[in-house]
Structures are given as C-alpha cells and as structure tokens.
Design a protein around this ligand. Structure first.
Ligand code: FES
Length: 177
C-alpha cells in the first residue's frame, strides 16, 4: 500500500499578484529577495483572504527560499490567516493588562452575540472572532482589531454591539447594487 502524502502543488500566481511581489522584492538588494516574504504573504492574504499551504509554496518558489522558512514566518505572526476567515476578522486582546479590564468579557460577549466559539466564524461568513495578543494600547482596554487594521478602544458591551451592527450594515450596503 502506498501511504505517501500527496505532493502539494504551488498556487498559480496571477499576473497582478506577481507584479505586486516584484515591487516588494525590488525594495531589497538583489541577493536578499527573501526579505520580502512578509510583504508577499500579506499580498496573498489581501487577494485570497487567507494564506494556504499552496500559496506558501508559491511564495517560497517565487522568493527562492525553503517553504519551511515561509511557514515559520506565517505561523509566527497571528495577522496571517492560516485558514479561511470571515469577511470581518475581529481579534480581541486577551493579554494580562486587558484581562484586568474585561478583555475576556469582551471576547465572550462577541462570541455570545454572534453565536460562535472562540476562533469560530458565523454561518453567514461575515465574522470570525479570535483572541489576540497585546496591541500596544493596554490603557484603552478592552481593545480589538478589525481585519488587522482598524483598532477599536474601550470596547464595552454596548460599543461591541454597535460595532457588529455597523459592520453588518456596511456589508449589506456593499452588497446592494
Ligand atoms: S494587553 Fe491588551 S493592548 Fe496591551
């Protein structure tokens, strides 16, 4: 019986993505293209929504580096989604200073409001709720990040409800022709 694992094929990089990769690589000396690995992974995530094993392989081949080295980067930083997430990924800081000011309560409230477990995604694919690491705004706790970019501070339960309502409305508005 052949028990060998299936060989992973690299994702085919669309032309537009290759052009974006090339711009990032051009920022570094010719023999240091691997320095663009974080930027390339971010581009993959922006375009695909997450970083798949196939895309890691494609980035590794593009940059001429071992795929394991790419995986070390993608798995170290929690901004990279290593599985598909909802349209709005919400990371609530649960490190100690935020825990002292109801960070865990904020996370629990979001999960209850959206009907998901921690790390889960709503059935409509709109929201993923995850714990997060210190966001450098401990004095503003509870704090959270939406899609790794938009920081929200002092997120009591009322503000959390408003955030969810606002994001839902925004998704509806964008879906309306
Ligand atoms: S511990 Fe939460 S922002 Fe620093």
């Amino acid at each position: 019986m052949n028990s060998a694992a299936p060989v992973l094929a690299p994702m085919a990089l669309p032309e537009a993505m290759q052009q974006r990769f090339a711009k990032e690589v051009a920022k570094y000396p010719a023999d240091q293209s691997q320095s663009a690995v974080m930027a390339c992974l971010s581009i993959v995530q922006q375009e695909m929504g997450w970083v798949s094993p196939e895309s890691e392989l494609a980035v590794a081949q593009y940059l001429g580096m071992p795929v394991m080295a790419v995986r070390e980067v993608s798995s170290f930083y929690n901004m990279y989604n290593l599985k598909p997430v909802g349209r709005y990924k919400i990371n609530v800081c649960t490190n100690l200073p935020c825990q002292l000011r109801d960070g865990a309560g904020a996370l629990a409230h979001l999960c209850e409001r959206l009907g998901v477990e921690v790390g889960g995604t709503t059935a409509d694919g709109l929201f993923t709720v995850q714990p997060g690491e210190c966001m450098g705004a401990c004095g503003d706790a509870p704090v959270l990040l939406v899609n790794d970019r938009n920081m929200c501070s002092f997120m009591g339960h009322d503000k959390l409800d408003q955030l969810i309502d606002g994001l839902r409305q925004s998704a509806t508005d964008k879906a309306t022709p």
